[in-house]
Design a protein around this ligand. Structure first.
Ligand code: FAD
Length: 404
């Protein structure tokens, strides 16, 4: 045995690291280890996202997303202040460009007021939109003045340093390939040998269903990967927007749609779209992982989803392949943007949990077995919510594992 721990955390993304930090602070006498298969921490969703500190406006009041996002953003601001992690409160407009969106925007606004009455959300008319974003056109908008941006990779690495300060060990380049429950202990079979642990917490993002299956948990919900590509505004045109500009979300579809997002380094990113990825950890159209693709294509839930939204699927795919179509979508909000203003940028892959009926699981999902907790669905805004999720898991672990 290479090592023996009280708690093994699978996954060195922002959720696993926030959990290790929180448990390390609360239980310094417990031996905690994090196992991350990549050589770097935060290599997947956490290191390939929009970097937005969400306000919590969108989510169903009372849902885990609503409560943990609102709590998480406040904890994150405080943490960034304490640690000197740079962030910017650039604000955000959610912009309606037709009458149907104006109607849906009222729901978004009401949800925002219910989720966080102190966030300063306000409805803007076209003139007020122009005062904040001179290049933005819209019939109505909701303004979220405190929506921010941050580098979530940096946040994660700072969580990791804290966790280590509180005694946690972090193994990178160490993939968990199997978990064997042997009496009161689990043996984690990794690429760096066998480790034993009394309790296991899986925060494996795009692989969360596979790690769950290693412990005999339900195969559903299953992860289906959706890639999102970004375009980047060329340097001379970066003043085209001042803050985040988002569309009104489609309630049938959990992704937030193509948006304008300033980055901490001064860039402006446009995107991401949402197309089926042929590899869970593949960041280009042509990256294919035969196992990942076969699992998606033999999963009935995926075909039920595809049958429900064929139009959205085709138009997302078209926008993925046509820069002109992608820019046309952005021009609904900023008409003066041109195809020449943007260049192809990076991509991220979302771990979308789907049930057997093809329904996209919307809320965060945590499940457990004996001595095991699985994070089964932690999509956006899980980065914003990460500290609150860490607290939530720690409280759950204290109860289920009788840690205190
Ligand atoms: C395109 C995109 C844009 C987004 N924008 C935002 C945003 O603006 N704001 C926001 O709040 N959220 C955003 N999100 C969501 C956010 O990035 C995720 O919710 C969050 O990063 C999830 O963190 P995680 O730790 O669960 O997953 P991940 O970051 O994917 O980490 C999981 C880790 O587990 C490791 N792992 C998996 N299997 C194993 C194994 N068997 N052994 C060892 N290690 C393993 C992986 O290598 C990975 O490092 C976005 C996501 C995407 C994809």
């Amino acid at each position: 045995m290479e090592g023996s721990y009280d708690i093994a955390i699978v996954g060195g993304g922002i959720v696993g690291l926030a959990t290790a930090r929180e448990l390390g602070m609360r239980h310094p006498s417990r031996k905690i280890a994090v196992f991350e298969k990549e050589r770097e921490l935060a290599a997947h969703q956490t290191g390939h996202n929009s970097g937005v500190i969400h306000s919590g406006i969108y989510y169903k009041p009372g849902s885990l997303k609503a409560t943990l996002c609102v709590k998480g953003k406040k904890l994150l601001w405080k943490y960034c202040d304490e640690k000197g992690i740079p962030y910017k409160s650039v604000g955000k407009l959610i912009v309606a460009t037709n009458d149907a969106e104006v109607a849906r925007l009222q729901d978004v606004y009401r949800r925002g007021l219910a989720n966080d009455p102190d966030a300063g959300f306000e409805l803007l008319d076209p003139k007020q939109i122009k005062e904040i974003e001179p290049n933005c056109a819209g019939l109505q908008a909701v303004r979220s003045p405190k929506t921010g941006i941050v580098d979530y990779g940096l946040v994660s690495r700072t969580y990791a340093e804290d966790a280590k300060t509180h005694g946690a060990e972090i193994f990178t380049g160490c993939a968990v390939e199997g978990i064997v429950v042997d009496g009161s202990q689990s043996v984690l079979k990794t690429t760096r040998g066998d480790f034993s642990a009394t309790y296991v917490i899986s925060c494996a993002g795009l692989q969360s269903d596979r790690v769950a299956r290693m412990t005999g948990s339900e195969p559903s919900p299953k992860i289906v990967p959706f890639r999102g590509d970004y375009f980047v505004v060329k340097p001379g045109r970066q003043n085209i927007v001042q803050g985040n500009i988002y569309p009104v979300p489609d309630p049938a579809f959990p992704f937030l749609g193509v948006h304008f997002t300033p980055r901490m380094n001064g860039e402006i990113w446009l995107g991401p779209n949402a197309v089926l990825a042929f590899a869970r950890e593949g960041y280009t159209f042509f990256t294919i992982n035969p196992r990942d693709l076969a699992e998606t294509l033999t999963f009935g839930g995926f075909w039920k989803l595809a049958a429900k939204y064929p139009q959205i699927g085709y138009s997302e795919m078209y926008r993925d392949l046509s820069k002109r179509a992608f820019v046309a979508e952005c021009q609904k909000f900023v008409p003066s943007l041109t195809v020449d203003d943007v260049v192809k940028g990076p991509a991220g892959v979302r771990a979308q949990a789907l049930d057997d009926q093809g329904a996209m699981v919307d809320d965060f999902v945590f499940s457990g077995g004996k001595n095991i907790i699985h994070v089964r669905n932690a999509p956006s805004p899980a980065a914003t919510s990460s500290m609150a999720i860490g607290e939530y898991i720690a409280e759950h672990a204290e109860k289920e594992f009788a840690l205190a």
